[in-house]
Design a protein around this ligand. Structure first.
Ligand SMILES: Cc1cc2nc3c(=O)[nH]c(=O)nc-3n(C[C@H](O)[C@H](O)[C@H](O)COP(=O)(O)O)c2cc1C
Length: 168
């Protein structure tokens, strides 16, 4: 899964040949990429998977770009707040802490690609076992007010290499 390139030309064909509205998807990770994919395919809209797990502000950013506005970029503190909210939101009532930390690592497989370019964050997050360790590490990388594009640092980390265990 996710190993082949996205065939936007096939989506464009579906747009011209099908009588219904077609939505495009695959590797949309920024407002600019959304603009390009809509242009390439002529699709009516987009469905986005990994991109919005990594960057939940993405739909808002796409709308801002389409209105010609400047694009909101979250800060490290915003991303930290998102991770805390995600931790609570996807936590079933009875789950043990260690199991929930394991589950969060699957989300972090996506999110971590946009946090820093070396792979160190993902390397260390895969080794934590407690909630305290998990957030201590997140704090270490995200306790700042710098804007974060959250696009994958794909030169240092190949997205396909971290997908194997990433089924949620
Ligand atoms: C967490 C997650 C769950 C998914 N579940 C399904 C699924 O149940 N059925 C399906 O056809 N595709 C599923 N997909 C694939 C997406 O629909 C989409 O085709 C794929 O992620 C490529 O889009 P993306 O580059 O925006 O992630 C899933 C993707 C993710 C990230």
């Amino acid at each position: 899964m996710y190993r082949s390139e996205v065939h936007y030309d096939y989506i464009a064909r579906a747009v011209t040949e099908l009588p219904c509205p077609v939505l495009a998807n695959g590797n949309v990770y920024s407002a600019q990429k959304a603009h390009e994919v809509l242009g390439l395919t002529g699709a009516r809209g987009l469905m986005i998977g990994r991109g919005v797990i990594r960057n939940p502000w993405l739909f808002h950013q796409i709308r801002q770009q389409r209105r010609g506005e400047s694009i909101f970029l979250p800060t490290g503190h915003d991303v930290l707040k998102y991770l805390r909210a995600l931790y609570e939101t996807v936590r079933p009532p009875e789950i043990k802490e260690a199991a929930h930390v394991q589950k969060m690592k699957k989300y972090l497989n996506y999110i971590g690609l946009g946090i820093e370019p070396t792979g160190q964050f993902l390397h260390h997050i895969r080794r934590v076992t407690t909630e305290a360790e998990f957030f201590r590490l997140c704090d270490q990388y995200l306790n700042h007010d710098q804007p974060m594009p959250l696009e994958p640092f794909s030169l240092a980390l190949k997205e396909t290499d971290v997908m194997a265990g990433a089924q949620l």
